[in-house]
Design a protein around this ligand. Structure first.
Ligand SMILES: [Zn+2]
Ligand SMILES: [Zn+2]
Length: 254
């Protein structure tokens, strides 16, 4: 098993030393991929930008078959070239593409939702995601399709496939057509209802030609590494999707 989405203290929002993450993954008998945040031109203080040369200088010595070095890139239309240059010029094992900021606002922030119905906010989010997938053909996997379900400011934050069928289909079709993976982010999988709703999305991914998923905890602390992986594996197999990870940018089957 591989946790393909683990942050370390290089990420602006994480204090976990890489040594602690490695120790925890090893104790669980898992491999892991470091995916620190790189959201170039993040609206606030370069909070999620790091020095890639420094990253490789510090972390190369930890690299092994079980510890791989990737990156979580924030996808936005104004940083396509910058992201592409990083992907081209550095020896990452894995490039995970994420939507965190849409129309200059991090959807983590309340202001993204102000004066918007849930439908409007979710549509804006998914449109940003569709652009991200179309414009960044070099990513290996699309991260946390359900990210907005963590932070939206509505009584019911769940994503219902049938409420956004058309735009979700377009995203899934694009990922499948490019033979990329769709991440199963385990952060929200502790909830049965969420698992049931996500099933509809991942099943649809398979129907539209999708074949592979990456499974990642998005861990920022040691206790989140590997969490809810059982549910994620069950979700993958019930949707006929194959869990994979990436090493030297090549898809490896688990
Ligand atoms: Zn993320
Ligand atoms: Zn992350």
């Amino acid at each position: 098993m591989f946790d393909t989405h683990v942050h370390t203290s290089i990420s602006g929002d994480c204090n976990m030393p890489i040594e602690d993450a490695i120790k925890r993954a090893k104790a669980l008998g898992m491999g892991m991929i470091v995916t620190d945040h790189m959201d170039i031109k993040y609206p606030k203080d370069n909070l999620f930008v790091f020095d890639v040369d420094d990253f490789f200088n510090r972390y190369e010595k930890y690299r092994s078959d079980k510890v791989l070095l990737g990156i979580e890139m924030g996808l936005r239309s104004d940083v396509i070239e910058e992201n592409r240059n990083l992907e081209k010029n550095y020896d990452f094992d894995y490039v995970l593409g994420s939507i965190h900021v849409v129309n200059s606002v991090d959807i983590y922030e309340e202001k993204f939702y102000l004066e918007k119905s849930k439908r409007e906010a979710y549509l804006e989010y998914f449109n940003g995601m569709l652009d991200g997938v179309r414009e960044n053909e070099f990513i290996d996997s699309l991260a946390h399709i359900d990210y907005i379900g963590r932070y939206a400011r509505y009584d019911d934050r769940e994503i219902y496939y049938n409420d956004h069928r058309e735009i979700i289909d377009e995203i899934l079709r694009e990922v499948a057509m490019r033979e990329k993976s769709l991440e199963i982010n385990t952060r929200r999988l502790g909830n049965r209802n969420t698992l049931d709703e996500l099933f509809n999305i991942y099943k649809r991914f398979h129907e539209l030609g999708g074949k592979t998923v990456t499974i990642g905890s998005d861990g920022h602390t040691t206790d989140s590494i590997g969490s809810n992986f059982k549910g994620a594996m069950e979700l993958a197999s019930s949707c006929n999707l194959r869990p994979v990870y990436y090493k030297r940018r090549k898809c490896e089957y688990l």
